[in-house]
Design a protein. Structure first.
Length: 531
């Protein structure tokens, strides 16, 4: 009798805890003291139930290698001068390496020494001699190229995750795929286009000086000077809203990039127009101060992803490590720009391979259909069990109904996401719970046919059936763990609800149902079993 009281207390406590976890999902209005004491997390709905964005991106890792080789070319120039190695030409060759053309009377020994000591990731190969001089090739070793590929994909994953977190999406699913691809699912996003633009923006910020020594008109005719490039600014007339492109002739070399940014925030001008305020680290502040001090009276262009945002004239040396980006921003544009600058630039561009937007109305239809199928199937099962096993069937029905709030509470407790396949997992769990009750009740019937008293038959039925129930549930749990480990979003949703349902199944069919039977025989003095 004492053991029965303890078991009933444990069962009651489990039910109370389950409903405590469910209350935040059942009502929007919670008392002020609730969040400080009790759990407040709701059941999160997956992409297929509340709508959102599904993307598969491919990181263009070859672009990362190209950027790396371009930096090597820039680093090589001062190193060659310091080593007094005279060259005729220096350029990147695809993603293979760097081509160095030595002056005709220059010995290659110094170049071999420099390459061996300073650039161990490259293998020096002798090329052919032409009219300009002898060509050598610094070939990037394959292991280093593969490492750059991997680092670019990993950094892109982290950068996108940071952007999504700052964008405010709850329960995003962001994970790597094979072939340097990324799977991104953003449930509940109200503005899919804005989210996609935010994720896909490379956000490579550069500060470049305007080339005022050469003619822009000549460059527009095709005579672009070496070391310069033409980039465009999109200017918006604030009165008419008409857009126009303004070309700039800029020096290619960027003395300062967004890598030195420590913070980016949206501020408002006196007229209420938003702009983005930047803060640099100590190195960036020194470089920015030197650039502005050496180029007073010249124009400094702020370039993001090869688009000029503004090109103000430097009036004086700017110290303090502060700068700002102005333009025809809306508040959302300024916020998104600040997010991508804070999160950092992508190491390489990303290409959208698959894009799918699920509307909230489709998600609502999925919920309605899933709940309807669960309700219809559940009612049919309850009627059949009650009809076939009589009063014992009613006890089984009560434990079956109790399974659903226990599963939902488990989802809320572990912060899991409910998906449409997850609803299917709940329906499967109900079926397995029926199977557990059938095993117990058929075993009790078998013991009764052998002539055992009702009490002994009930105890033997539970004791002998529980081994089979545990065996079937454990093997199903192993399969669910495999699905959880290797499956994607919807499959994982199915696995999570199935695992929680299996635990709930054992609790209700074996533990709680046994409490009811023991109570009936201990307190009501039942002599027969209605089964």
């Amino acid at each position: 009798m004492k053991r029965l009281g303890w078991r009933a207390g444990i069962a009651a406590a489990l039910i109370v805890i389950a409903f405590v976890f469910l209350i935040p999902s059942m009502t929007q209005e919670l008392p002020a003291w609730w969040s400080g004491v009790l759990p407040k997390d709701k059941i999160h709905l997956g992409l297929d139930l509340q709508g959102g964005v599904h993307l598969i991106l491919e990181v263009e890792v070859k672009k990362a290698v190209e950027s790396y080789l371009e930096r090597v070319v820039e680093d090589l120039k001062p190193d060659l001068r310091k080593s007094k190695i005279r060259i005729v030409d220096l350029k990147r060759r695809g993603i293979e390496g760097v081509e160095v053309t030595l002056a005709p009377d220059q010995e290659a020994k110094d170049l071999e020494t420099l390459a061996g000591t300073t650039y161990p990731s490259f293998k020096l190969e002798t090329g052919v001699r032409d009219d300009k001089g002898k060509i050598y090739f610094l070939s990037l070793i394959e292991q280093e190229r593969t490492q750059i590929y991997k680092m670019a994909a990993d950094q892109a994953l982290e950068t996108i995750r940071n952007r999504v977190d700052q964008f405010g999406v709850t329960e995003p699913d962001i994970r790597p795929q094979t072939g340097y691809r990324l799977l991104i699912q953003l449930p509940g996003v109200k503005d899919p286009k804005r989210a996609i633009d935010l994720i896909g923006k490379t956000a490579r910020l550069e500060f470049k000086l305007v080339d005022e020594e050469n003619s822009l008109e000549e460059a527009l005719k095709g005579n672009v000077p070496a070391g310069s490039e033409i980039l465009q600014e999109t200017a918006v007339d604030r009165k008419t809203g008409r857009k126009a492109t303004v070309p700039y002739l800029l020096k290619k070399r960027a003395p300062l990039t967004g890598e030195s940014i420590t913070d980016a925030r949206v501020q408002l001008e006196q007229m209420g127009e938003p702009y983005v305020s930047l803060s640099f680290d100590s190195r960036g502040a020194r470089v920015f101060e030197r650039i502005t001090g050496d180029n007073v009276g010249k124009r400094l262009a702020i370039v993001l992803d090869d688009k000029v945002y503004s090109a103000p004239v430097i009036r004086d040396k700017i110290s303090g490590g502060k700068a700002q980006i102005t333009g025809a921003f809306t508040m959302d544009d300024a916020k998104d720009l600040a997010i991508v600058l804070r999160a950092g630039a992508l190491p390489a561009p990303v290409k959208i391979l698959e894009e799918r937007t699920v509307g909230p109305s489709l998600g609502k239809d999925s919920i309605d259909q899933g709940l309807k199928s669960m309700l219809i199937g559940g009612i049919i099962i309850l009627i059949l069990v009650a009809f076939y096993y009589r009063f014992s069937g009613l006890i089984a029905d009560a434990t079956l109904v109790l399974n659903i709030p226990l599963i939902m509470a488990g989802l809320a407790m572990f912060g899991a996401t409910l998906t449409l396949p997850g609803i299917a997992g709940i329906i499967l769990t109900i079926g397995m719970s029926v199977d557990a009750n059938v095993l117990i009740f058929e075993r009790i019937r078998e013991e009764l046919r052998m002539g055992k008293p009702a009490r002994a038959a009930m105890e033997a039925g539970f004791a002998r059936a529980v081994v089979t129930i545990l065996d079937s549930n454990i093997t199903t749990m192993i399969a669910a763990l495999v699905l959880l480990q290797f499956g994607t979003g919807p499959v994982r949703g199915f696995a999570v609800t199935l695992m929680i349902g299996l635990v709930s199944n054992v609790l209700t069919a074996v533990f709680m149902a046994r409490i009811v039977f023991d109570y009936l025989y201990a307190y009501k003095r039942w002599k027969t079993i209605s089964i």
